[in-house]
Design a protein around this ligand. Sequence first.
Ligand SMILES: Cc1cc2nc3c(=O)[nH]c(=O)nc-3n(C[C@H](O)[C@H](O)[C@H](O)COP(=O)(O)O)c2cc1C
Length: 187
Amino acid sequence: MKTDKTLHVVSFSGSLRRASYNTALLRVAAALAPSDMTLEILDLAPLPMFNEDIEKPFPDAVAAFRARLAQADAVLIATPEYNSSVSGALKNALDWASRAPEPPLKEKPVAILGASTGNFGTARVQLHLRQILTHLGALPLGKPEVLIARAEQAFDADGNLVDAAARGFLQDLLNALARWVRRVQQD
Ligand SMILES: Cc1cc2nc3c(=O)[nH]c(=O)nc-3n(C[C@H](O)[C@H](O)[C@H](O)COP(=O)(O)O)c2cc1C
């Protein structure tokens, strides 16, 4: 379905480090987004560690994070691979997002991508992340998969994604996400 509505995608990276390849990936995604999509990048650093003792009411940073997710047409997650799984920062954010009332990722279209310095380009963590998202009732996009292996070769020193094939995969992912959102919103 073709509509004139601009889609707003909220994104975040599971890496908190300044020179993160995954955060760089989101900046590239914002630049490559199709004309009918805007992409906002959130920082997970202000979120406190999840603790049931402090969740009522949600801390301000958590309430703001959940509100941004709730208002988004879709969510894009760039995940590093830490010991074959998600980073603590990413799991923490997903745990905060999972809590009632009105968990904001429920029935939300979500696309994932990732960059690692290893040879498998976040293949293992992406499967694990899909499992978590399914538990949350999110609607993860299946294909295409964007797995950037040996990230130090795919990016230049300024965080530009210089691997042309990777840029193409990223563009395909964003276009597929736009189609996925419109399909879900048609229901
Ligand atoms: C605690 C830790 C565990 C890691 N485990 C993996 C791993 O299982 N697989 C992998 O490919 N890279 C692993 N790496 C290397 C990361 O891919 C690399 O640090 C990458 O740059 C992290 O993403 P970022 O650039 O967005 O911070 C690990 C790094 C850290 C700090």
